[in-house]
Design a protein around this ligand. Sequence first.
Ligand code: GKR
Ligand code: MG
Length: 446
Amino acid sequence: MDAKLIVDEVRLTPILISDPPLLNVQGVHQPYTPRLVVEVITRGGVSGLGETYGDGVYLDLARPLTETLRGRSVTDVNDLFALAEATDPTTGPTTDPAPGPTTDPAPGPGEASGVDAGGLRGVRTADKLRLSVVSAFETACLDALGKTLGLPVHALLGGKVRDTVEYSAYLFYRWATHPATGPVDDWGAALDPAGIVAQARRFDRAYGFRSFKLKGGVFPPEQEIAAIRALAEAFPGRPLRLDPNGAWSVETSLAVARELKDVLEYLEDPASGTDAMAEIAAGTEVPLATNMCVTTFEEVPEAFAKGAVEIVLCDHHYWGGLGRTRELAALCRTYGVGLSMHSNTHLGISLAAMTQVAATLPELHHACDTHYPWQSEDVVTTRPVFRAGRLTVSDAPGLGVELDRAALAALHRRWLDDDGSLRDRDDAAAMRVADPEWHTPKVPRW
Ligand code: GKR
Ligand code: MG
């Protein structure tokens, strides 16, 4: 093995990034969201970058994995899964490598139901947490490998099939300011159809996005139907999506689908659970998409057999990296299920990884989600620029981004200075700052 490719050092930097008061079914985004930056430094002196969720549960898994990576090659990304399992302090080494359901770790803050509090990605399991950590290590290894070989990450994944990747505008109901910390941006409030249309117009002007996704599950469905109708009127013929994160019953979902069938590109996770989704799918022509009922390979057979979803939103963080995202795409292709891409709060390292893998997926026929325009801070030296709603796929070595060390240090300082209350994302707790009576609503809420 080429000595230049051997991992010499792995650095983990937890950070807190500024986030606007975006509303969802759980509550509201905290003023700061935790992320983790992973740097893999090779003996050749090359540094590879990865980014993932930064809550304590992820850090607890990342730290022991860091130790085992030293001395291995950045080419050995397939090994990361077994290494992560063997070093997982919540499950420990296992003698049975067969895939299967794993025990949930103890619920974190705001997770009485066992549902992921910050991710809104179905039930939280030890496997999902581990894969989200592996994804950042895999990306960092591929970035280091690409930089060493002078090749973009997409070349390491088999090559790009497009030169630009399309993204959609991610519309949120939101307040103008966080109740405790004040304004973070000049977007103002959006709490009704007019506010949502104004937000969409700004996304259209500033970034040229063609598709619009509205995060729903915040207001009663009639109000969210009105917002989608207002968008359809303001932007005739443009792809529109609505995602209440599983907040509705089957009946409500079918009623919403009936109301909006002429304007929706897809309805995302209208209800919670594969059976509910299958029942809705059987009763509507509107395609159903998900990043909640199909989030692991184990969930695929049942959901596909029941026809519960027409489109799966891939996310390299969930699925264990860029290679596994391509495996998911192959499965979707095999079963005639469409592919889109999910996003949560993220920075430029994740955006670069999303763009590199999206460039290699021929069957990606929907614009990808991204939270990125909501992020005013970053740890990369150059912010990517959306033109006509698209990002150009970088052909520079690796992911094509460089770390801004001063920015990283400042955001890490914020994490160090935090009293611990914001280090685990908890949208319900953030909501209680404004409404002390708030509890994550039981679903179906409507
Ligand atoms: O950030 O509020 C949010 C989103 O609701 C996010 O948590 C979800 O994971 O965007 C996501 C989704 O599509 O469900
Ligand atoms: Mg979703």
